[in-house]
Design a protein around this ligand. Structure first.
Ligand SMILES: [Zn+2]
Length: 101
């Protein structure tokens, strides 16, 4: 069976699923991904693969840019207000809760 973080509590919050915290793009492309691509995203969601800690809640965050990629998962979601005085990106949950920009 294909691995999935889906908790059957899907609600699209401006491009992020409030249940599993995947972006709507990740959800749409999930079936086409390889097992290793899916494993990589699962690790990011679980916090076992991280680049820094969330500026707001301190939970692990995986920034694809910091990890050396050209794009980041956050580019595909609706833009949010940045957190004041934060120099690094928020985690998926905190970003989801920020007001739309
Ligand atoms: Zn956070």
């Amino acid at each position: 069976m294909m691995k999935t973080p889906c908790r059957a509590a899907c609600k699209n919050e401006g491009g992020i699923c409030s249940g599993c915290k995947r972006t709507t793009r990740e959800i749409a492309e999930w079936r086409e991904m390889t097992d290793s691509q899916r494993d990589a995203i699962m690790s990011e969601l679980e916090g076992t693969s991280m680049t820094h800690s969330c500026a707001k809640c301190g939970q692990p965050v995986h920034c694809d840019i910091s990890a050396g990629k050209d794009t980041c998962w956050c580019f595909s979601v609706d833009r949010r207000e940045p957190l004041k005085d934060a120099s690094t990106c928020l985690c998926r949950k905190c970003l989801m809760e920020q007001p739309f920009a």
